[in-house]
Design a protein around this ligand. Structure first.
Ligand SMILES: NC(=O)c1ccc[n+]([C@@H]2O[C@H](COP(=O)([O-])OP(=O)(O)OC[C@H]3O[C@@H](n4cnc5c(N)ncnc54)[C@H](OP(=O)(O)O)[C@@H]3O)[C@@H](O)[C@H]2O)c1
Length: 510
């Protein structure tokens, strides 16, 4: 059996090597590269030019253009590009269109200025493989540090990654005492004797984890919690539950109606404030209100829950503004609210709880939603590491699919139909006449199976993050998140790509 398995592995490696060595012919193939004044872009332009590709290289300065022209063949053309200027980008796009005519071109944007690894050719070789290989890979990780340290570390449980990153960091003057670090010390001891300890300690660790996880904080009636987006959904239910538990809740709502409805079903202790997370003045106003209410106690909990999902759908159907609409609420709004309220949370050595999604682990569709939730994951990771020294704990909630306004199919479908009707005929044609109906049918089929109406699963996670003495870093709510989406996000991209594409219809021009 072992022999067959080894043989299979060798065959797979050989097949992969053979596939990877196949290259497309460079003749008449246009490649557009931005940021060619220096670094990777410059080196890649010269390298591809030598291989025979028709390179169009954009530079920021005239000097860069001249030097590059001198160092390459006549085939290579240069163009001025300032990516911060819309006009400059349009001019470059028009130039490339006339140059390549109907031919397909590849766009690459690489702007890496400061990398510790001086062997830039490692990066250029990867780029060249991406451009010229018949079967380009989905992801390349040039550099030994990426391959052997950063990428493996990104797959480790956050407690290990945090321990390794925090180990050698210089602590701020007002750092919380080392008692907080005992967990990491114990973890290190366990890891260093892992093999000898593993069997004997599994049961002990499981019991210890359970006990640790169930320890609760005290004096709930003296603690203040702010929850955003309480008109409906998770935020609304959480505000009610925290109020019943005795917390001093300040619930932010978008509308007066949402605020009045919530007050109607809660105790007089619960306060509401109108907050639009995309409006800085509104955030400042809410912060002043909260500062006066909480006084010297500070804010124990900040639950960043407000969010929106639409427009959501195939990337090609979106405009830049569609991305901004969602990012402004789910990411930029969340960051601005956090920054405004952080001093109050720091005062209470409290908690920040950010609502991300499994779509922050695996991008299932286009539009700003998945992007925003990946951003929330990343922002929360940085915040957790930075605030660790001050006793502030940061938790991320990753719900699967739940029946709320965010997953309301009527709203999503209405938006998609409007978009489809506005698409250019050429784009519609590439998807095929019946694509929209098939897409909506497939979406409604999977959402009806996946969406759970038990939204208390999510608020229980939020409640744990607020009341546990040791809140978890990540909470995945719902069976679909725990058993399907999160495991899938750890698998190689060809498996997740295959699974995700099986959920939706194929365009006509597939
Ligand atoms: N439902 C799911 O399957 C699911 C899965 C993963 C993550 N999430 C996340 O969970 C969070 C809560 O969503 P939900 O499912 O409970 O849906 P929801 O009922 O629509 O709740 C979102 C809340 O955010 C509010 N909101 C929207 N834009 C805002 C803005 N600019 N400023 C302040 N508040 C704003 C909404 O107010 P209006 O009602 O007035 O618009 C609503 O009260 C969101 O961050 C969402 O992305 C949901």
């Amino acid at each position: 059996m072992l022999f067959y398995l080894l043989g299979l592995v060798v065959l797979l490696v050989l097949y992969r090597w053979y596939r990877e060595t196949k290259r497309v012919s460079p003749a008449d193939k246009y490649v557009y590269i931005t940021g060619c004044d220096s670094g990777f872009g410059n080196l890649l332009a010269k390298h591809l030019d030598k291989l025979g590709f028709c390179v169009i290289a954009s530079c920021f300065t005239e000097k860069g253009e001249e030097e590059l022209k001198k160092a390459s063949s006549e085939r290579l053309t240069t163009i001025h590009l300032d990516v911060t200027q819309t006009e400059s980008v349009s001019r470059a796009a028009a130039f490339i269109k006339t140059k390549v005519g109907g031919k397909v071109n590849k766009m690459m944007k690489e702007e890496f200025d400061r990398l510790p690894d001086a062997d830039l050719m490692k990066v250029v070789r990867c780029m060249e493989h991406g451009v010229a290989a018949v079967h380009p890979r989905t992801r390349y990780s040039p550099g030994w540090d990426a391959k052997f340290f950063w990428i493996p570390m990104s797959y480790m449980p956050t407690c290990i990654a945090d321990y390794m990153l925090l180990k050698n960091v210089i602590k701020p003057a007002k750092s919380v005492s080392d008692v907080e670090n005992i967990f990491y010390g114990v973890l290190q001891a366990i890891l260093s004797n892992l093999l000898s300890l593993i069997l004997a300690s599994i049961a002990v660790i499981a019991v210890a984890y359970y006990v640790r996880d169930s320890l609760k904080i005290g004096s709930i009636d003296q603690k203040w919690v702010l929850v955003t987006g309480c008109d409906s959904g998770f935020g609304n239910l959480l505000a009610q539950q925290l109020d019943q538990q005795g917390f001093n809740v300040i619930a932010t709502c978008m509308t007066e109606k949402g605020s009045a409805d919530l007050k109607h079903v809660t105790s007089p202790r619960l306060k509401t404030v109108i907050l639009n997370v995309t409006d800085s003045a509104s955030i400042k106003n809410a912060e002043e209100f909260v500062r006066t209410e909480v006084g010297e106690q500070g804010l124990w909990g900040l639950v960043n829950n407000a969010g929106r999902s639409t427009p959501i759908g195939p990337t090609e159907w979106m405009h830049l503004d569609d991305f901004k609409k969602v990012l402004d609420v789910n990411l930029i709004g969340l960051i601005e609210v956090t920054l405004q309220f952080l001093p109050l949370v720091k005062k209470a050595q409290g908690r920040v709880i950010n609502v991300a999604s499994i779509l922050g682990r695996l991008s299932l569709t286009g539009g700003g939603y998945c992007l925003s939730k990946w951003g929330v994951e990343s922002f929360s990771d940085s915040l957790r590491r930075d605030m660790h020294h001050f006793g502030v704990k940061v938790s991320i909630i990753e719900p699967g699919f739940f029946k709320t306004a965010v997953t309301n199919l009527d709203l999503i479908e209405k938006d998609l139909r409007r978009r489809w009707n506005q698409l250019p005929a050429e784009v519609k044609d590439s998807y095929g006449e019946g694509y929209l109906e098939e897409y909506l049918k497939a979406q409604s089929f999977s959402m009806n199976i996946l969406c759970s109406s038990d939204i208390a699963k999510v608020t229980r996670c939020m409640g744990h993050a607020l009341t546990a003495r040791h809140p978890r870093t990540r909470y995945s709510a719902g069976w679909d998140a725990k058993l399907f989406w999160i495991p899938l996000s750890y698998l190689p991209s060809f498996i997740s790509d295959f699974t995700v594409s099986a959920l939706l219809p194929l365009p006509k021009d597939n």
